[in-house]
Design a protein around this ligand. Structure first.
Ligand code: NAP
Length: 643
């Protein structure tokens, strides 16, 4: 994987510029040229991008696009002739100018988003998220180390920042490789559902082959980052942390680790859980499950030794995962029968299966700051997301169809797009178009028309009768009809609400985290819990900003910055522990719960992994990403007991 963070001197010939600029993303191209020439008048009103489902597209006629490309080619040539060098990263004012140009409808509300977008603009080692302190200067004599659980993107990012701050750390990873969810989920068709140029670290901009990278590419990227940052030496692989216990005498966390059957012990001053949210597969409890004699497995445990070519395959589930692997199975299986319960909403995403054109890659590598601006122009609308569209308007009044006029408008637009794909097949309507949940009630799945094409196939059958039982040879539906299969695949999701399970975590006076939560996990800012000093979670309860606020990588940046600030606080104050105040934790959670009830996912009765068994939304953060950035930018000492 090639990275594009450092800008080269621009020496391209006229012919190279003219040949490659045809593939440029127009908003990013205009902003790059404005930045390189210092002439922001290039961001004209008539060249403003159009927002399409949270992505900025040019929205121009081909003639206008040609005019813009010609203008920008001329600007790039003059920049080259003037020396072709820049080392200037974007200033906050430039980010503001660009953001206001892209989304003028936001008005003053955009101000809150400027700092987090400014942090996305990393160039030549200039990275606003880099810790501004170093242990060697702050507390050279103090013995202080951090244990991180998990070497997925969140654990790796924690490691990267701790390395920058000179704080010793060890990562315990249950798998033999980095990558977390991208190591475990290698089912056919696995790919990201957030543009890869944004679903990655801002400080390690990869040169992707696909706009929405395949799972294997994400894994390669994470491996390459681990190598570049030299963090493998700090990782103990094949090491599953089974117990974490706060030691009152030493003010440390004592860890028990299962390392390939051997028990390891380790202690650290701080403990960071980066175990992921969608990590432990959810196998449903269906009668007769153990009787089936053919192969059966969960999507996150895909057995590639089992060939599905020419086979009769039963699939349970129609979530984001199943909608990626079913089209692949259907290509060669004899038939695929899908046991579906809830029809998910789809989000039109034309670039979903598109390769990044050669010219665009050339621009990323050769044109100074282009890859930075491409990322920032993804981040600006991405960080705003579609939160306003899922807010419940009690005056509307909300129903399972729509929770506000805006929500209804988006529902109608997406319904029209879906209807157009099956005009001649009204029988497919119930399988493609949800009628029992508002948009945003559960996870919206990206699609480019591939799902409707799969539904149209003769060898794909949707079964909505409900599963009565699994038998030796197949699945019997609630109508009593038995369907025989050669294999069964469970696309049934993850135990998302069982945070930190199956690990046992004990805090002050031996209190158990899972007993305290009693199946209803909460945290302050998704990160800290009273009675558990120096414990920080990444992607903890109520951190998911799935329809608003970018990507898991961005949310990790917020929490990791917070964790680093907590480490700084401990080192600077010579304190031994930092623990969130009970009142702060509960006030925060009450506010979160009240707001979640007024979001489509909290209002709707639809099944989703956003809620726990008690029906409380444990996953989603109901406010803007700008607010979470602001709150987790630094540790507020009034929120914590520091001793
Ligand atoms: P999921 O969204 O939880 O979907 C699980 C599916 O299994 C649902 O259709 C559910 O039906 C069904 N199901 C569960 N228990 C069942 C039972 N007993 N009988 C019949 N059906 C049952 O899980 P997922 O598809 O693995 O996706 C989880 C999340 O992972 C996604 O929402 C997304 O955030 C993430 N993901 C991301 C990507 C990506 O980045 N590309 C790809 C895949 C997944 P109901 O809906 O009726 O409950």
């Amino acid at each position: 994987m090639k990275f594009t963070n450092d800008v080269p001197k621009f020496t391209a010939s006229d012919a190279e510029i003219d040949a490659n600029i045809k593939d440029a993303d127009i908003p990013a191209l205009l902003v790059t040229c404005a930045h390189l020439t210092g002439d922001y008048s290039l961001l004209r009103d008539e060249w403003r991008p159009v927002m399409e489902y949270g992505v900025a597209i040019s929205g121009m006629t081909p003639d206008t696009e040609a005019e813009v490309r010609a203008e920008c080619a001329a600007r790039l040539k003059s920049f080259r002739d003037a020396g072709g060098e820049t080392h200037a990263a974007a200033t906050a004012e430039e980010i503001r100018t660009v953001a206001n140009w892209m989304m003028p409808e936001m008005g003053e509300k955009m101000d809150a988003f400027i700092p987090l977008n400014h942090e996305e603009a990393v160039l030549n080692g200039f990275d606003l998220r880099r810790p501004r302190w170093n242990k060697a200067r702050l507390a050279p004599e103090r013995e202080f180390s951090v244990a991180i659980i998990g070497a997925g993107e969140a654990g790796m990012l924690t490691a990267m920042r701790l390395k920058e701050a000179g704080v010793p750390f060890t990562i315990f990873e249950k798998n033999p490789e980095v990558g977390g969810t991208w190591f475990e989920n290698h089912y056919p068709g696995a790919r990201v559902d957030c543009n890869s140029f944004f679903y990655s670290f801002a400080c390690m901009r990869g040169l992707w082959e696909d706009f929405y990278g395949h799972g294997a590419d994400v894994l390669e990227y994470l491996k390459a980052v681990a190598d570049e940052w030299g963090i493998r030496d700090n990782i103990v692989f094949n090491a599953e942390v089974t117990e974490c216990r706060w030691n009152e005498a030493t003010n440390q966390w004592d860890l028990t680790i299962d390392h390939q059957g051997q028990t390891l012990n380790h202690n650290s001053n701080m403990l960071v859980s980066a175990v992921g949210q969608l990590n432990r597969p959810m196998m449903p409890d269906i009668e007769g499950q153990e009787l089936f004699t053919g192969p059966s497995f969960h999507s996150a445990r895909w057995d590639h030794d089992i060939c599905y070519e020419g086979k009769r395959v039963g699939v349970i589930g129609t979530g984001a995962t199943a909608l990626q692997f079913i089209p692949q199975l259907a290509k060669t299986a004899e038939n695929v029968t899908v046991f579906a319960r809830t029809t998910p909403w789809l989000l039109p995403t034309p670039l979903l299966h598109e390769k990044v054109p050669e010219g665009l890659k050339w621009l990323m590598v050769n044109v100074p700051t282009y890859s930075m601006w491409y990322r920032v122009t993804l981040a600006i609308p991405g960080a705003v997301g579609m939160l306003d569209g899922v807010k419940v308007d009690p005056d509307y009044p909300p129903t399972e169809k729509a929770v506000s006029a805006m929500n209804d408008q988006a529902r109608q637009a997406i319904t029209d797009w879906m209807e157009a794909q099956i005009e001649d097949r009204p029988d497919l309507r119930e399988h493609l178009i949800p009628n029992s949940s508002p948009l945003g009630g559960k996870r919206i799945i990206r699609d480019n028309g591939a799902w409707a094409k799969t539904l149209r196939r003769n060898n794909v059958v949707m079964n909505r009768k409900g599963i009565a039982e699994i038998t030796e040879t197949g699945i019997r539906d609630q109508d009593g009809h038995e369907h025989e299969f050669d294999m069964i695949v469970y696309g049934t999701g993850f135990q998302a609400s069982k945070f930190l399970m199956p690990m046992q975590v004990y805090g002050h006076d031996g209190v158990s985290l899972h007993d305290m939560w009693d199946g209803d996990a909460r945290a302050y800012l998704g990160a800290t819990v009273p009675n558990f000093p120096n414990l920080f979670m990444i992607y903890g309860p109520n951190t998911n900003q799935v329809v608003h606020g970018g990507s898991a990588f961005l949310w990790s940046e917020f929490t990791v910055k917070y964790i680093l600030d907590a480490a700084r606080t401990l080192l600077e104050s010579e304190a031994r522990s930092i623990e969130v105040k009970e009142k702060v934790y509960w006030n925060y959670n009450e506010r979160i719960d009240a707001a979640n009830r007024l979001r489509a996912w909290g209002f709707s009765k639809v099944n989703s992994w956003y809620k726990n068994e008690k029906g409380r939304v444990t996953q989603n953060y109901p406010f803007t990403s700008a607010e979470l950035w602001q709150r987790s930018h630094e540790v507020s000492l009034t929120d914590y007991e520091i001793s």
